[in-house]
Write a protein that binds this ligand. Structure first.
Ligand code: FES
Ligand code: FE2
Length: 339
C-alpha cells in the first residue's frame, strides 16, 4: 500500500475501526472479482488477499490450478495461510486438520482415533471458485451462507482482436468506499480537469459532446462513436491507419469499464475494474492489450500518470468525505452513476 493511501486511511479511521458497526457494507456479491496477479501465486507458497472484507488464502496446486479459500480454519478460525501446503492439501498450523485446496473438503483430522465416529469428509473449509484470465486470479465471491449456483457465469476476459498483441497491467489503491470508486470510474466530467497532460489533452480543449447510451446485459454501452479529435493518442492512431477511429465503452456490473478502440487493422482494448477490498478501501486494476506499434514501457509510463491522477483525486476526496458532506449527482454528466 502506498504511503499516501495509508496516511489517508489512518486519518479517516482515527481509531474507529474496532467500533465500526457491522452494518451492510453495500458490496455486490455473486460476481467475479480480481484478487491478485497470477504471478503472485507460485510454487507451494500461500498468498493472502482480501475481497469484500473477506480474508482469502490463495495458492496453486502442483497441476497449476489456482485456488482460493477463506483464510480461516473452520475448526478454531486461525488463518489457514499460516499452514503448510503440499501442492494438493493445505494443513492447518494449529491442530493439523488437512483440507483439499480446490474443494475445501477436510481429508484428515490427526487427533481422531479409530473409535471416533466423526465423518471427516463432511467438514469443509469455505472455498471460492477461482479462474485465471489475462494474468489475474479471479475469485467468484458468493454471498455468505449461500450455495453456489449450478452454473457460474464465465470469468471476465479482455477482448483481443488478433492473436499477436502486447499486454500491460497496473493497479492502484483508493482510500474510498467502492461506490465512490465506481462513480469516479464512470464519471466523464472529471477528465479535462484531472487528466490534463501534454500527451492527452488540455483544459482549453473542453467542448460539448453528446454521448449515446444503450443497455447491454448487466450494464450499459456508450454506443460506438468517434473519440475526441483533440486527444493526441486518437489523433496518432487515425494518422497511422488513415482511417477513422471508433471507440466503444461498456460499463458492466459489478465494477467494470471496458474500452475498445479500432482503426483499420489496429486495435487497443482496455479494462478497468474497481474492486472493494474493505468498506474504506478499493483497488483499481487496469489491463490493456493492443497490436499498435507502441512498446509496453512507454505505454506504462503514460498509464501510470493517468492512474496516479485518479488516485490523488480520490485521496483528496476522502479528506472531504470524512465529514459526511451532502453530495449530489446531477443530470447529464452524472446520469450513468445515477442510473
Ligand atoms: S484451528 Fe485449524 S485445525 Fe484447529
Ligand atoms: Fe479518471
Amino acid at each position: 500500500m502506498s504511503e499516501a493511501v495509508r496516511a489517508a486511511l489512518e486519518n479517516s479511521v482515527d481509531g474507529l475501526a474496532e467500533n465500526t458497526p457491522k452494518t451492510d457494507a453495500g458490496f455486490l456479491w455473486d460476481f467475479w472479482y480480481p484478487a491478485m496477479r497470477s504471478e503472485e501465486i507460485y510454487g507451494k507458497n500461500l498468498a493472502k488477499a482480501m475481497l469484500l472484507e473477506v480474508p482469502l488464502v490463495l495458492g496453486r496446486t502442483t497441476e497449476g490450478k489456482a485456488f482460493a479459500m477463506r483464510d480461516a480454519c473452520p475448526h478454531r478460525g486461525i488463518p489457514l495461510s499460516y499452514g503448510h501446503f503440499d501442492g494438493k492439501n493445505l494443513q492447518c498450523s494449529y491442530h493439523g486438520w488437512e483440507f483439499e485446496a480446490c474443494s475445501g473438503q477436510c481429508v484428515e483430522i490427526p487427533s481422531l482415533t479409530s473409535h471416533d465416529k466423526l465423518k471427516v469428509e463432511r467438514i469443509n473449509a469455505v472455498h471460492y471458485p477461482c479462474e485465471e484470465r489475462d494474468g489475474y486470479v479471479w475469485v467468484y465471491m458468493s454471498a455468505p451462507g449461500t450455495r453456489l449456483p449450478e452454473r457460474l457465469p464465465a470469468a471476465p476476459e479482455l477482448e483481443k482482436s488478433s492473436s499477436k498483441f502486447k499486454i500491460m497491467r497496473l493497479e492502484c489503491e483508493l482510500p474510498s468506499h467502492i461506490d465512490h470508486g465506481i462513480i469516479g470510474l464512470m464519471d466523464p466530467a472529471h477528465g479535462p480537469f484531472v487528466h490534463q497532460s501534454w500527451f492527452w489533452r488540455s483544459k482549453t480543449s473542453i467542448h460539448e459532446k453528446a454521448k449515446q447510451f444503450e443497455p447491454i446485459p448487466n450494464g450499459f454501452r456508450m454506443s460506438p462513436h468517434q473519440p475526441s479529435a483533440n486527444s493526441a493518442p486518437y489523433k496518432l492512431l487515425a494518422k497511422m491507419t488513415g482511417e477513422t477511429v471508433t471507440t466503444t465503452i461498456d460499463f458492466v456490473l459489478p465494477n467494470m469499464r471496458t474500452e475498445i478502440d479500432r482503426s483499420g487493422k489496429l486495435w487497443f482494448s482496455s479494462r478497468a475494474t474497481v474492486t472493494p477490498v474493505r468498506r474504506d478501501l478499493c483497488r483499481i486494476d487496469f489491463v490493456a492489450a493492443w497490436n499498435l506499434p507502441f512498446p509496453v514501457s512507454i505505454f506504462r509510463i503514460f498509464a501510470k500518470i493517468f492512474l496516479r491522477q485518479d488516485q490523488e483525486t480520490m485521496i483528496r476526496q476522502s479528506e472531504g468525505l470524512k465529514h459526511n458532506p451532502r453530495l449530489m449527482l446531477i443530470d447529464d454528466a452524472d446520469r450513468p452513476a445515477k442510473d
